[in-house]
Ligand binder design. Structure first.
Ligand code: PMP
Length: 314
């Protein structure tokens, strides 16, 4: 039996429940984050990747929805690390902090409502099990920022992700590329998209109705720096450009760096993992597991005595 943070307490998983009348359940009124902890066997340490950035984005999501948390960003970071310790987390973990409208009254309301916090965690290895994946372009369009804030992570927006993913799965694909209402590439169902073409690493900006991604930001930062030294461009991508890309990969907290073998049954490049994708995946893996001291500020050790200092610095 694991431990979950529920409202103001650490409780057994089974006790972390909400009412069938909860607005959060009935209308998807809330917002969440997705965070990873990487286990380093040699150090006997679990490193939470970019914890302060994840917590900041969670609070930005709440702010966009107009929710007012009663806890601070430091509180959430501290509770999240304590939760991992209480679950004796000594392998790779996924952590889900979630703010929700904590009211059982009937109407879908975001004003004058209490906002509560839940955090749970689970061991998680690879999200996509195969080395590379096959995508289709979804017939569902990505939810527009002016309909449901796409820059944020509102719980209700994930019906859009689930519809795109379900269609892809039913048609024999692993996941979907979702286009914006105006037909540009936005992202995958719950991961960002990168393409390598003519020597450049290209990714659509957040203004293409995609989440402000933390893995995406990390990859952009790592790609331009030594030793990768890649040319990076954030710009619009159209559907057919994907078909003629040399390499395509997805990025995300869950997805990490996942190579794409085909899109709409068109092989991407050679159909094998390309050299830029392989180099970026290796670099990301190394940095996330504490292999480069230059990026130590991205990592918060859960078990060490350093926890407080790293949260403040990251
Ligand atoms: N897009 C969506 C819609 C997502 O849910 C996620 C997962 N958080 C991502 C992209 C990847 O973003 P990040 O790297 O911050 O996890």
């Amino acid at each position: 039996m694991g431990v979950t943070y529920h409202r103001n307490d650490f409780v057994d998983d089974a006790a972390a429940t909400i009412s069938v009348r909860a607005k959060a359940f009935n209308y998807g009124l809330g917002c969440f984050g997705g965070v990873r902890g990487y286990w380093d066997e040699k150090q006997g340490e679990l490193y939470v990747f970019r914890l302060a950035d994840h917590v900041e984005r969670l609070f930005e999501s709440a702010h966009i929805l107009g929710l007012v948390p009663t806890v601070s960003q430091d509180d959430v970071a501290r509770i999240l690390c304590e939760l991992l310790r209480r679950n004796d987390a000594r392998e790779d973990h996924y952590i889900r902090p979630l703010f929700f409208v904590d009211s059982d009254e009937l109407s879908p309301t975001l004003t004058d409502v209490p906002t509560s916090l839940i955090i749970y965690c689970l061991p998680l290895g690879r999200y996509f099990k195969s080395e590379s994946i096959d995508l289709c372009v979804s017939s569902w369009r990505r939810v527009a920022d002016n309909a449901i804030p796409a820059r944020a992570k509102p719980t209700g927006a994930y019906l859009n992700s689930a519809l795109a993913r379900a269609e892809a799965k039913r048609n024999g694909f692993d996941d979907a590329v979702v286009l914006t209402e105006s037909g540009e590439v936005s992202e995958a169902s719950a991961a960002h998209l990168f393409m390598v073409r003519r020597g450049e690493l290209v990714s659509p900006p957040s203004t293409a109705d995609n989440l402000e991604g933390i893995t995406r930001r990390s990859i952009l930062e790592l790609a331009v720096a030594a030793p990768l030294n890649l040319k990076v461009v954030e710009r619009r991508i159209s559907r057919t450009e994907l078909y003629v890309a040399d390499e395509v990969f997805l990025s995300g907290t869950a997805a990490e760096v996942t190579p794409v073998a085909s899109i709409d049954r068109r092989r991407i490049g050679t159909g094998k993992v390309g050299p830029a994708t392989a180099a970026i995946a290796a670099r990301f893996r190394d940095v996330a597991r504490g292999g480069d001291p230059a990026y130590a500020s991205w990592l918060t050790p859960v078990w060490g005595r350093e926890t407080k200092r790293s949260v403040a610095a990251s």
